[in-house]
Design a protein. Structure first.
Length: 238
């Protein structure tokens, strides 16, 4: 299959960050596909919400709908089997002895990128788009740009093809991520982000806040809420 830099594959969880990345890819590439991962995460509701986000994007943005291609969900249950973390077990969220939050799933992004690259190889895409960020994040080592650079080189060498890992959120905080949604898709995309995306580690969709659904207390909710508040206060949000 002919490979094209105009075809991007977005690592799409259905959360705020990956939704912003989806919009970025649709604004910058001629064709966009998506891939999600079922790894036994306790917040499995994101697997439902990712489909709701895709449906809402297609309905609200006809021009983007014409670019948006196939969605693939990969079964990565083995990752949950080898991980003893707060995202794959029913346990309290806390810092481990090394200072990392126990929401860190070792190898998760590395495995995601490897399998996404394999799928991209078959689908004719040469750009992987991910929501990794080291500005407003939880300290995960597999979210750093140095990790992405190393993976980009390894995947390109291992597949004998040029593969680019694009990380449009890498150097911006959560407030700027809200602004990115506003800039790329206006109030319609902001509304989709609030109403349909899911980021809460506990998978709680019983509580709706100004920034969306979630428990309001886990680290993911706190980051999202604080970013939304800063955006509204400082960046001229409506």
């Amino acid at each position: 299959m002919t490979r094209s830099a105009d075809t991007a594959l977005v690592l799409f969880s259905g959360g705020q960050d990956s939704t912003a990345c989806l919009a970025w890819a649709l604004a910058n590439h001629a064709r966009v596909e998506t891939v999600g991962f079922d790894y036994g995460q306790r917040h499995r509701v994101e697997l439902v919400q990712r489909l709701a986000v895709l449906e809402a994007v297609r309905a609200s943005f006809p021009d983007w709908a014409g670019k948006l291609g196939d969605d693939t969900l990969l079964d990565l249950g083995v990752l949950g089997q080898v991980s003893e973390t707060a995202l794959t077990r029913d346990m309290a969220i806390e810092l481990d002895s090394g200072g990392l939050p126990n929401t860190f799933v070792p190898g998760r992004n590395l495995l995601f990128l490897t399998l996404a690259a394999a799928l991209a190889f078959r689908r004719g895409a040469s750009v992987l788009v991910g929501g990794m960020c080291e500005t407003d994040f939880s300290g995960y080592p597999d979210c750093r740009r140095t990790t992405m650079d190393a993976m980009q080189q390894a995947l390109s060498l291992g597949m004998d093809r040029s593969i680019t890992i694009a990380t449009p959120l890498m150097w911006i905080d959560k407030a700027a991520t809200w602004q990115m949604a506003q800039d790329l898709g206006g109030q319609a995309l902001v509304d989709i982000t609030i109403e349909h995306t899911h980021t809460c580690y506990h998978g709680d969709r019983s509580q709706r806040h100004a920034w969306g659904y979630g428990c309001g207390a886990c680290p993911a909710c706190e980051l999202r809420a604080a970013g939304h508040a800063r955006w509204r206060e400082h960046l001229g949000a409506p």
